[in-house]
Design a protein around this ligand. Structure first.
Ligand code: NAG
Ligand code: NAG
Length: 508
């Protein structure tokens, strides 16, 4: 009896230790690592409005929203949260949350109405300059994304990201902003989520600019955006870093992908999907060899040949281009929402249009056993963020990772326990990635500061910590329960599973 008891106690202890390592102690209050910075993020087209203010020219999203049927609820970002007018309230909200930094983006056509750097809009520059000053006056670090999808329509008329000259245009645009704001902005993000604007905008018809050239136009955009990013980084590195002393890098959508089963075919499908989802953009920049992932190159070449193309649909990167792109990010910018599971077995030839990105991936994906909450848009799979962080750490020699987006979409409501549960579970997994796995993570950013124009979903899907009243002239912002929770997290520097704040009405 005593012996069995001792044995069982020992087994229990071992199980506890194992569980602690694998899953962490979900019931325990966890201290946040010292030095981990917290922020919130937005993007110009999603919040600013002021679509025709002063000399601003239309962006590809202004154009896209005019096409009937493109935006689920028929809305647009013409007015959105009116942050162009009311940015000071955004800063008050950030101050209320107690964040260390604010990640926002600059609208290219607001700053350069022709798209080119021949004429800089004084009103455009002054808007961002005032925002930066307001942030700094409130002790909040500005971190600026140069491109979060609102390309000047004038440049799209010349091919946009499918034209290799965009590398010149983007470098010129970057220089204007380094010159205007670089004395105060020390953290630059060149491009936000390359896959989303290249594949969905050039290979499909679901995002601006609606080019719909599957497996061809999208891959042209991928090569050109990598070159444009590298040009903006080299410019900063050579000419601006010595006097401005900041950091510059890219942020990549890094949702996780894995096989839906342990069958070798599914595992292989999951690995190839990771190459398409993340590696397509990260391998050229962060790997020691540079260039596109080898398996992806082989796959597209094989499919292209089988389809009768005399050469691969994937544009080649020359040796010089590979060298030029490699190593051009001071950190790994990491955006993450969820995970998809891939099945090779379920894939049948002809399921997807040929040629296309989806056909090149060559597997069927879904959310596996996971379901989305009734009012939810994002599927909560917290184990996936830890796997994605580890995949980056293992693939690229443990770079410094800055999480620039993570958050939960739903269909509205100021009392949002599902969003709080999502943040708690994902942060718990992130703390495991830091403390158990040794991932080097320096920043965490909640997407989003407030509800905003969610691209093709219009205003119907909400990611905000603050609700926005789109009927109100002043676009009143109201703190959701999740804003109160995020504020507690930052103030206490602890992740407390039992912290469930009670809703109270706080308006900005
Ligand atoms: C901007 O567009 C609005 C309609 O959305 C219009 O009423 C206004 O006159 C325009 N302003 C300028 C400066 O063109
Ligand atoms: C994390 O990355 C930063 C920047 O490269 C570096 O200074 C720091 O030493 C790294 N920390 C760890 C624990 O590797």
């Amino acid at each position: 009896m005593g012996c069995l008891f001792k044995f069982l106690t020992a087994v229990f202890a071992v199980l506890c230790v194992t569980a602690g390592k694998e899953l962490s102690s979900r019931a325990a209050v966890r201290k946040l690592p010292e030095g981990l910075l917290f922020g919130a993020a937005t993007a110009s087209y999603q919040i600013e409005g002021g679509w025709n203010a002063s000399d601003k020219s239309p962006s590809i999203w202004d154009t896209f929203c005019e096409i009937p049927g493109k935006i689920k609820d028929g809305t647009s970002g013409r007015d959105a949260c009116k942050s162009y007018e009311y940015y000071q309230r955004d800063v008050e909200m950030l101050k209320f949350l107690g964040v260390d930094f604010y990640r926002f983006s600059v609208s290219w056509p607001r700053v350069l109405p022709s798209g080119f750097a021949d004429k800089v809009s004084q009103d455009g520059i002054e808007y961002y300059s005032r925002l930066v000053d307001e942030l700094l006056a409130n002790g909040i670090e500005p971190s600026v994304t140069l491109y979060h999808w609102d390309l000047p329509q004038s440049l799209q008329d010349l091919g946009g990201w499918a034209n290799p000259l965009i590398a010149d245009w983007f470098e010129d645009y970057a220089r204007v902003l380094y010159d205007a704001l670089g004395d105060r902005v020390k953290l630059w993000i060149t491009l936000n989520e390359p896959k989303q604007f290249a594949i969905y905008g050039y290979g499909k018809d679901v995002f601006a600019p609606d080019i719909n050239s599957p497996g061809v136009g999208d891959y042209m955009a991928v090569k050109n955006l990598l070159m444009a990013h590298a040009r903006a980084w080299h410019l900063y590195d050579k000419e601006y870093r010595p006097k401005q002393n900041g950091n510059c890098g890219i942020t990549i959508a890094s949702d996780f992908a894995e096989g839906i089963s342990d069958s070798p075919a599914d595992v292989e499908a999951g690995n190839l999907a990771l190459d398409f989802e993340i590696g397509f953009y990260s391998h050229p920049i962060f790997s020691t060899t540079g260039g596109f992932p080898e398996k992806l190159v082989k796959r597209v070449a094989e499919r292209s040949a089988a389809q009768g193309f005399p050469r691969s649909r994937l544009p080649e990167l020359t040796k010089d281009e590979i060298d030029f792109i490699r190593g051009t990010s001071d950190f790994y910018g990491f955006n993450h929402y969820s995970t998809r599971f891939y099945s090779a077995e379920d894939y049948k030839s002809g399921m997807f249009e040929e040629p296309s990105y989806d056909d090149d991936v060559g597997a069927v994906s879904g959310r596996g056993e996971y379901t989305t909450a009734p009012n939810g848009y994002t599927t909560k799979i917290p184990a996936g963020i830890r796997k994605a962080l580890n995949w980056i750490k293992d693939s690229y020699n443990s770079p410094e990772i800055m999480i620039f987006e993570n958050g939960y979409g739903d269909y509205g409501g100021v009392n949002d326990p599902d969003r709080i549960d999502y943040y708690k579970a994902y942060l718990d997994a992130i703390l495991d990635a830091i403390e158990v796995d040794g991932c080097n993570i320096s920043r965490y950013t909640a997407w989003s500061l407030m509800d905003n124009f969610e691209w093709a979903q219009g205003l119907s899907v909400k990611f905000g910590l603050f609700e926005v009243d789109y009927e109100a002239e002043k676009r009143t912002r109201t703190a959701k329960t999740s804003a109160l929770w995020y504020r507690n997290l930052i103030a206490s520097r602890t992740l407390d599973p039992a912290d469930n704040p009670k809703y109270e009405k706080i308006e900005f």
